[in-house]
Design a protein around this ligand. Structure first.
Ligand code: IPD
Ligand code: CA
Ligand code: CA
Length: 267
């Protein structure tokens, strides 16, 4: 295993321990509101702290961008860690056992290493640039369906940006009538990891943040899939609007999304 992936795995497992300990005593967890339908708990913060400490021990000079503590610039800006300590906070708060730790490393602006860890199931999704993607050490691949009719597509509702409800519902309706079924499980990181492992055939969501998608993007690419914005381009890190699936299916999904972009929603 690449030494930096090894550290990412260690950090994710350490954070997983913090998360599981608190999940068993949910009534003691403090919840604060960050914005509309956007919550943060003491656990998100503690888990991020543990991840930062683990990375810093081995790579004190690297830059870390975390959801809760923001940017902590290091002297070596070529190495940027992108951290979501708890993806699926709403599930966590409600006691729904579906959430993950997501850690990615960018080297000179390119995704290089990725870990998504589901501490409930003990599932560790990893990817290294050019080396493929794995689930608990076993190679995973995106499913290559040609047609939408046999597919299950994961998605996320724009619950933090309800101004996009109409555009989102139009995309959803257009796709839903063609696919076999849709899933809204509540963790974008796991949605992408599930695309990478062929559990779902595709994923789309509006307005995600870099820490929601960085690790999942490398997983999907290394598992042979495609990640684009809503126009089929590569603006998804900026816009947060993301589609992931197999190369063939991506074209079909985009046909149902693109017509509904409208004015409020950029590609
Ligand atoms: C959220 C989850 C959710 C997605 C949201 C994200 P958080 O991340 O990934 O599935 O629909 O858009 O913000 O806030 O739980 O880390
Ligand atoms: Ca997230
Ligand atoms: Ca989070």
């Amino acid at each position: 295993m690449h030494p930096m992936l090894n550290i990412a795995v260690r950090a994710a497992r350490n954070a997983g321990k913090v998360i599981i300990r608190s999940f068993e005593q949910l009534d003691k967890v403090e919840v604060e509101s960050k914005g509309s339908s956007d919550f943060v708990t003491s656990v998100d913060k503690n888990a991020e702290q543990v991840i930062i400490e683990t990375i810093r021990k081995s790579y004190p000079e690297h830059t870390i961008i975390g959801e809760e503590y923001g940017l902590s610039k290091g002297s070596e800006d070529d190495y940027q860690w992108i951290v979501d300590p708890l993806d699926g906070t709403t599930n966590f708060i409600k006691g729904i056992p579906h959430f993950a730790v997501s850690i990615a490393l960018k080297v000179k602006g390119k995704l290089d290493q990725a870990v998504i860890f589901d501490p409930i199931r003990g599932e560790l999704f990893t990817a290294s640039r050019g080396k493929g993607a794995q689930l608990n050490g076993m190679r995973i691949r995106v499913k290559a369906h040609k047609e939408l009719s046999a597919t299950v597509i994961a998605t996320g509702f724009p619950f933090k940006q309800k101004q996009h409800t109409n555009a989102y519902m139009a995309m959803f309706t257009s796709l839903f009538t063609k696919v076999s079924d849709m899933r809204r499980a509540g963790s974008a990181a796991l949605d992408l990891a599930y695309v990478a492992s062929g559990r779902v055939d595709g994923f789309f969501e509006i307005g995600l943040k870099p820490w929601d998608t960085a690790a999942g993007e490398l997983l999907v690419i290394e598992a042979g899939g495609l990640v684009t914005d809503f126009s089929g381009g590569h603006n998804h890190t900026q816009s947060g609007n993301i589609v992931a699936s197999s190369t063939r299916l991506q074209r079909e999904i985009l046909k149902d999304i693109r017509p509904h972009l409208g004015d409020a929603l950029s590609k």
